[in-house]
Write a new protein. Structure first.
Ligand code: MRU
Length: 360
């Protein structure tokens, strides 16, 4: 189903309840930008598959989808603790997954059996709405950074982003893209450098798709180009999302983020991570040692997806049994992070500032 062929499709929302059937519906992100299709999630297996195979991806959206997964479990009489375990095991790095599942289990612990299904639906809807609100607030706070740079330079602000931390990775707005969308809406001239983000190319496939629909000027660059453009004064600000941020401000994000942070540090370019509270893991401080880094299938490195103009296919770019390692995330230590943009405001990447921001 093409995105523009249904009135139930939301062009800037990644997950919704179908207007007629009330079923949980998502965009199949594996096929973007070439095919704009949706998937209905009707069983716990559907939800686990969607998260694991990256039909949906991006830390906040993984959490929201999993929250609906527990509602679907109740609706289909699937044991809730088994569903919790299966959903939690789908992807190890993004802490939003556990945050959302725990929120749902808290709801269940305090109500009568016959009310569970409705309560899980209500809470999943709340988690979804809260995510929209938090990302919008992140946008409002991050907007001021972009505005400030524009006022200083009086020219278009060049922002580098990695992976897709856009509305496709959340429910609406995105995290790193929220300030970008707000600046664009306010008429501030901006230009985005989009890292292609191997091996799954979320930058080239998803961020580029989002930005072109929004009419925001951008160029996709290879993952290795960031250092070069930073050395030549072509980047004013690096803005990324996060899959898990420690209480001490270490930022875990898509593989390659760390190298961008090092290059930004060396070139005196501000490096900000934009994230909602659901991404903060208050239980750990040392990101490099304590955050589990997902390792994904070799196939993602050995094969590339391409589009012939008619269909999507995959082709090998190295011999089939080439030994490869596919680390999906890396950790940027807090000392390289200029600041963290949250729904509550912008703070320093350290324990004191983060705790003060959240009144902990
Ligand atoms: O493997 P993915 O595509 O789920 O990774 C997504 C990212 O790394 C995003 O940058 C992160 O989730 C922040 S999203 C708002």
């Amino acid at each position: 189903m093409a995105l523009n062929e249904t009135d139930t499709m939301n062009f800037t929302q990644s997950i919704w309840l179908d207007k007629n059937t009330q079923e949980v519906t998502v965009i199949d992100q594996r096929k973007l930008p070439f095919e704009e299709t949706t998937q209905t999630l009707a069983t716990v297996d559907d939800v686990c598959f969607a998260i694991k195979d990256m039909v949906v991806r991006g830390a906040p959206l993984i959490g929201v989808t999993a929250a609906y997964g527990l509602y679907i479990a109740a609706k289909t009489n699937f044991d809730l603790s088994l569903a919790y375990g299966a959903l939690l095991a789908t992807r190890p790095t993004a802490i939003n997954l556990k945050w959302a599942l725990d929120s749902q289990m808290n709801v269940v612990s305090s109500i009568k059996k016959e009310d569970i299904e409705q309560a899980l639906l209500n809470n999943a809807n709340n988690i979804r709405d809260e995510d929209i609100n938090m990302c919008s607030q992140i946008g409002n706070h991050g907007f001021h950074l972009i505005k400030q740079i524009h006022e200083q330079t009086r020219r278009s602000v060049n922002i580098l982003t990695h992976c897709n931390a856009g509305w496709l990775a959340t429910v609406q707005w995105g995290t790193a893209t929220a300030p970008i969308y707000k600046a664009h809406q306010a008429g501030i001239p901006i230009h985005i450098w989009v890292d292609e983000t191997r091996p799954r190319n979320q930058g080239a496939n998803l961020t580029a798709w989002e930005l072109s629909h929004a009419g925001i000027p951008f160029h996709v660059i290879t993952d290795n180009a960031g250092g070069h453009i930073m050395q030549h004064g072509k980047v004013d600000l690096v803005l990324v999302g996060s899959d898990r941020t420690t209480a001490a401000g270490d930022v875990c994000n898509k593989i390659g983020t760390y190298l961008k942070a090092l290059a930004a540090y060396e070139n005196n370019i501000p490096f900000y991570a934009a994230l909602p509270v659901s991404t903060i893991d208050w239980s750990i401080k040392d990101g490099v040692n304590d955050i589990p880094i997902e390792e994904r299938s070799n196939e993602e490195i050995i094969f590339m997806h391409s589009y012939s103009g008619e269909r999507i296919s995959k082709s090998m770019i190295m011999p089939a049994n080439t030994p490869v390692k596919n680390y999906a995330f890396d950790v940027t230590p807090s000392r390289y992070v200029t600041g963290i943009i949250t729904e509550r405001g912008i703070c320093k990447a350290n324990e004191e500032s983060l705790k003060k921001m959240y009144g902990r």
